[in-house]
Design a protein around this ligand. Structure first.
Ligand code: ADP
Ligand code: MG
Length: 318
């Protein structure tokens, strides 16, 4: 049994202007201690998928179909209080997109780190000890616990937010765009820190990013998400050495390389579709250079080689 098994998950937002199909039939599995990267442009449903895994989809959104099993237990069927007691932060936690800028300005860092522990039955002394241990684990001096968020640099704030995701020793940490607001040097430091935590704590990490360059560092497996669906899934080697989906190929061409000709860098024309009214058939077809008649129909996700899946008619037996 895998640690996490997501099957045919659908999470929609019921807005006044229509139903946004933000996550529309996503399946994936994560083994214990594994690292998974989820990549795709902004607006493809990555954050909605992450919120779903914590059962924290904001209204007017909700999970409408599918299952999310952690050690075989379907959390979509649990009551909110059961999720709160057994799952959220304990089994699976999250570093929210932009969280470092959402630290409460009026409380000291230490007070913010211990709060969830106090809510989960730690004594103040135990919580303070744990906070000190975690702040060291993320590479900060314990004096930071006595500081206010505005006294910290961006990189330090992001480390604090990472420490906060670890307070209840989760098996899975989801990091949603954890390096996006940071400069490249600090980005590399944060990724190294996550790699170190992954090894030391044997935890699984789901790293969400719009930047394929970022996942290479940390992800054994990669899921490419487009318009609410996973269009390609495989090991990092499979995805980088043998990208199959035209969307994945375009994302790779859009990663700036240190060496090589910057002018060869390509961007992907157009933008992801409005998820209230996505194109019928393959959702990438309107932007795809390879599109042909078949693409009017929705391509199934098929296993092209062992462990390497793609949803594209170029590879399907017709
Ligand atoms: N609270 C919300 N209400 C309505 N629509 C939302 C809400 N949050 C996200 N969406 C929509 O869901 C889609 C996916 O968004 P999101 O999950 O944030 O994508 P990503 O993280 O890949 O950028 C977008 O079309 C977005 O507008
Ligand atoms: Mg997002």
């Amino acid at each position: 049994m895998a640690l996490l098994e997501v099957e045919n998950l659908k999470t929609y937002f019921y807005t006044l202007r229509g139903v946004v199909r933000a996550v529309d039939g996503v399946s994936l599995t994560l083994e214990k201690g594994e690292t998974l990267g989820i990549v795709g442009e902004s607006g493809c449903g990555k954050s909605t998928l992450a919120w779903s895994l914590l059962r924290l989809v904001p209204p007017p959104g909700r999970i409408v179909d599918g299952s999310i099993r952690i050690d075989g237990q379907d959390i979509t069927k649990m009551s909110e209080s059961e999720v709160r007691r057994k799952i959220r932060w304990r089994r699976i936690s999250m570093i929210f997109q932009g969280a470092m800028n959402a630290l409460n300005p009026v409380y000291k860092v230490g007070e913010q780190i211990i709060e969830p522990m106090l809510l989960h039955g730690y004594s103040k002394k135990e919580a303070m000890e744990k906070a000190a241990e975690l702040i060291k684990a993320v590479g900060l001096p314990t004096s930071i616990l006595d500081r206010y968020p505005h006294e910290l640099s961006g990189g330090q704030k992001q480390r604090v937010v990472i420490a906060m995701s670890l307070v209840l020793d989760p098996d899975i940490v989801i990091a949603d765009e954890p390096t996006t607001a940071l400069d490249v040097v600090v980005q590399a430091q944060i990724l190294n820190l996550m790699k170190k935590l992954h090894w030391e704590r044997k935890m699984s990490i789901i790293l969400i990013t719009h930047d394929l360059g970022v996942v290479t560092e940390l992800s054994e497996k990669i899921a490419v998400m487009y318009a609410g669906k996973i269009v390609e899934f495989g090991t990092a080697d499979q995805i980088f050495q043998n990208p199959l989906h035209p969307y994945t190929q375009a994302l790779i061409r859009a990663v700036p390389r240190l060496k090589g000709d910057i002018h060869k860098l390509e961007y992907i024309p157009g933008s992801p579709p409005d998820l209230r009214n996505p194109p019928p058939g393959c959702r990438f077809a309107p932007r795809c250079k390879m599109a042909f008649e078949m693409c009017d129909k929705e391509p199934p996700l098929i296993e092209h080689e062992k462990g390497h899946y793609v949803a594209c008619w170029l590879y399907a037996k017709r």
